[in-house]
Design a protein around this ligand. Structure first.
Ligand code: PAF
Length: 277
């Protein structure tokens, strides 16, 4: 496994790859969720590139960029047994040199949910993913279902910009108690870690009434809120039952739906979702 830092080293190595290339883009501090993406890429593609870059432009002014957990050595030790061809770890100066002024802005699908609460977040994500696609030229790129809106934004952008890249969305990997794996789980202490299973329990309760035949979206939102309210440590930011493709809130569920939520535990903000239908 080759670890490269500069753009020219990445390009030279990329040119030597014959056959299909899979990209797993990460911000590092890898967990089982990332490793599942790498394993899937490894199964599908002849070569796999993993990028590790904590992208400053997707963090808001009050978000956790400087505290974002980093451990390159540990990341490389997790990746190296998986048969990855190359890890690219560019510096912020490579990705955003002085005078940088080009942005990728995806429109309607970035407005609700995370986009409404984290202005500029998806502009940063779409821009960095565009740059990672351009630099690594993958045939397939792998993202987790846990960041459902991010996956939808990247799918839209890939279509709109005519990238010949297949976007593969892999299932959320969970702890044994249901908590979705996330680098942010490391911020949860004691009681909050235990309380955080309420997201999975709220989603499961809504799914249960859906499976029993409920199609009134407000009833599903109400069920998720009711379960979240039973946990005093949880401070919900939003609870949504939206159309899977457009992410617009629904009145009556038709076709595929996305149940999703963002919940604070102290300073730590967690998101999770289920797909219905
Ligand atoms: O999901 C992430 O880790 C990031 O948002 C991504 C896609 C690597 C872009 O920085």
């Amino acid at each position: 496994m080759k670890t490269v830092f500069s753009l020219s080293d990445l390009r030279t190595a990329r040119l030597s790859f014959k056959g299909t290339v899979g990209l797993v883009a990460t911000m590092g501090y890898l967990h089982e969720g990332h490793l599942s993406l790498i394993r899937q890429a490894k199964m599908d593609c002849e070569h796999v590139i993993v990028t590790i870059f904590v992208n400053p432009t997707q963090f808001g002014p009050n978000e956790d960029l400087s505290n974002y957990p980093r451990d390159m050595e540990h990341d490389l030790s997790l990746i190296s047994p998986l048969g990855v061809d190359m890890v690219w770890n560019p510096s912020p100066e490579i990705m955003y040199p002085p005078g940088y002024q080009t942005w990728v802005q995806v429109e309607a699908i970035t407005r609700p949910l995370e986009g409404a609460l984290r202005p500029g977040h998806f502009k940063g994500v779409a821009t960095v993913v565009t740059k990672l696609f351009n630099a690594t030229q993958p045939d397939k790129a792998y993202f987790g279902q846990k960041d459902a809106q991010q996956a939808a934004v990247i799918r839209q952008m890939t279509r709109d910009l005519n990238y010949p890249i297949e976007i593969v969305v892999c299932p959320t990997v969970r702890e044994s108690d249901g908590l979705a794996m996330s680098s942010r789980n490391n911020y949860l202490e004691g009681a909050d870690r235990k309380a955080a299973t309420i997201l999975f329990r709220a989603l499961s309760a809504a799914k249960e009434i859906y499976e029993a035949g409920e199609r009134n979206a407000e009833k599903l939102r109400g069920k998720m809120k009711e379960v979240l309210e039973s946990e005093p440590r949880a401070q919900p930011q939003y609870v949504s039952c939206a159309d899977y493709d457009t992410l617009e809130e629904m009145a009556v569920i038709k076709g595929k739906a996305l149940l999703s939520m963002a919940v604070f535990f102290g300073q730590t903000r967690l998101i999770d979702n289920f797909v219905l239908g």
